[in-house]
Design a protein around this ligand. Structure first.
Ligand code: AHR
Length: 510
């Protein structure tokens, strides 16, 4: 009798009954969530650049100097902080001088990694850097190490960033650009353990030393080609070779893709036609990234205890089988509510490691892998992943609020993963908390212990009826971001219901 009375009393007072508890540690840490964690990646791959971003001035599709107007507007609204280019695997085949000067004089090449299509180089250095200025983003250029030379790299840096009088700056001016561009981020090679030359770690590390010592400029951030997923040996061997020259590097990259089947050789799983089996596997495999981050950071700490070299996750996202009817090597897939959860989980993890992760770049921005935008002819859709980036923008350059999270499990077929992930930050008088619930069958209550009272609370949610829902061309959007009504803060506590398969933002005004 007594127990029942207490139970009813707890329900009525909305007291802490949920198994899911989120405690904000509001003492200031001074850790900034670098806005670059919300970065993107654009490669000469499939229809990312041509068709997706660039259609040329003579296209019937409305454009600004050849850039699709709809895509420009959508990307501007997303406040993209940084964009990586020209690859990817393509970068280590790219000779930048092919992509400057009058378009009719530019040589064509074959894009050997992606579909064997002809690349006419009509989108080159000027087109990319001008695009960055147009959408208000910082460029991150990938230098060709695998098949390029140090001389070529030095010339590129001079051409792009120098205000000296020199043959390269004269050439730039002749090609229509008087002032240098502001490029801070330089990747020295890409996946050089694989498509970027199949190099051994020790050999690449020496090449990194060589290239990096010639790539000089104020405030440059030079990024070592790092490992894929759990390749700890690559990280260890590289750092061993450069340990006496750590100041040559400001970042070490890491790539991690989520494949539902964990199988690079066979089927990776469908992007559109999946059941709970594949849903669970996708969420589980996404969460592995946190272990990989911690393992690589542990090695980095050994060589660089001051933590001056940051981890840069410059390729991440889902990778499924290509959509039926699309070209081999174009990596075109659909983007469902599942991808929204994957994005929300990844970004929460990156935020929580913002003391060491300084940048992340989802692969890729338009029409390739987990893109935020898809185009077909003159049509364009914003994917569920787009809305997650829009929702999470509040964390850009905000102060990280560390959290303590207790989550119940999402159990499936004898496996268990935490159902809830979250991260929190504070900026401009607002505390922002982003939460994901990957349980596709159950709404989950979460108790938030905020540590102080808040008067104004508001929320947003990304959700849809089915886990396979996506936004299709010419149809009403099925996965969108809408307002979400949140209760009131009582005694510094807030009780929130996280609907099944949802991503939620809670905003608390100081
Ligand atoms: O993003 C597609 C490809 O994935 C990139 O070109 C390469 O770096 C990675 O293997």
């Amino acid at each position: 009798m007594k127990t029942t009375a207490l139970f009813i009393c707890l329900i009525l007072t909305g007291n802490l009954l949920a198994q899911n508890k989120l405690i904000l540690k509001t003492d200031s840490t001074g850790i900034k969530i670098n806005k670059e964690i919300y970065g993107h990646f654009s490669e000469h791959l499939g229809t990312c650049i041509y068709e997706g971003i660039y259609v040329g001035e003579n296209s019937d599709i409305p454009n600004i100097n050849g850039y699709r107007t709809d895509v420009v507007e959508a990307l501007k609204a997303l406040k993209i902080p940084v964009l990586r280019w020209p690859g990817g695997c393509f970068a280590d085949t790219y000779h930048w001088k092919d992509g400057i000067g009058p378009k009719e004089d530019r040589p064509s090449i074959v894009n050997v990694f992606w579909g064997g299509v002809t690349e006419d180089n009509s989108f080159g250095t000027h087109e990319f850097l001008d695009f960055c200025e147009l959408i208000g983003t910082e460029p991150y250029l990938s230098i060709n190490v695998g098949s390029g030379t140090v001389e070529e790299a030095i010339d590129w840096v001079e051409y792009v960033t120098s205000s000296n009088e020199s043959p390269m700056t004269e050439l730039r001016k002749k090609n229509g650009r008087e002032d240098p561009w502001d490029v801070k981020f330089w990747g020295i090679g890409n996946e050089n353990w694989g498509c970027g030359g199949d190099l051994r770690a020790e050999y690449y590390a020496d090449m990194f030393r060589n290239f990096s010592s010639y790539i000089r400029g104020n405030g440059f951030q030079k990024v070592i080609c790092g490992p894929s997923a759990d390749d700890l040996a690559w990280t260890e061997n590289i750092l061993e070779v450069i340990k006496d020259k750590l100041n040559l590097a400001q970042g070490l990259s890491m790539h991690y893709y989520t494949l539902p089947t964990s199988n690079w050789e066979g089927s990776k799983g469908s992007s559109i036609d999946f059941d709970e089996d594949m849903w669970f596997a996708t969420i589980r495999n996404t969460m592995y990234v946190e272990d990989y981050i911690k393992s690589h950071l542990a090695i980095m700490d050994k060589y660089d205890p001051a933590g001056d070299i940051k981890l840069i996750v410059d390729e991440w996202g889902t990778w499924y089988d290509k959509l039926e009817g699309t070209k081999e090597g174009f990596l075109q897939q659909q983007n469902t509510l599942r991808d929204a959860l994957v994005a929300g989980i990844n970004l929460n993890i990156f935020n929580n490691h913002a003391d060491r992760i300084s940048m992340a770049n989802i692969a890729q921005i338009v029409n390739v892998l987990q893109s935020v935008i898809m185009t077909r002819g003159a049509q364009m859709v914003k994917t569920p992943t787009y809305y997650v980036f829009q929702m999470y923008n509040v964390h850009q350059d905000a102060e990280l609020i560390p959290i303590e999270l207790k989550s119940e499990n999402y159990d499936y077929n004898g496996e268990h993963i935490p159902a809830i992930t979250a991260s929190a930050s504070h900026k401009n008088g607002m505390t922002n908390i982003t939460i994901t619930n990957s349980n596709p069958n159950q709404a989950l209550p979460v108790d938030l212990l905020l540590g102080k009272p808040y008067k104004n609370v508001r929320g947003k949610i990304i959700n849809a009826k089915a886990i396979t829902d996506y936004n299709d061309f010419g149809k009403d959007e099925k996965v969108v971001m809408t307002d979400y009504s949140i209760g009131k803060v009582k005694n510094g506590e807030l009780h929130v219901t996280m609907p099944a398969h949802s991503v939620v933002l809670i905003q608390l005004e100081d």
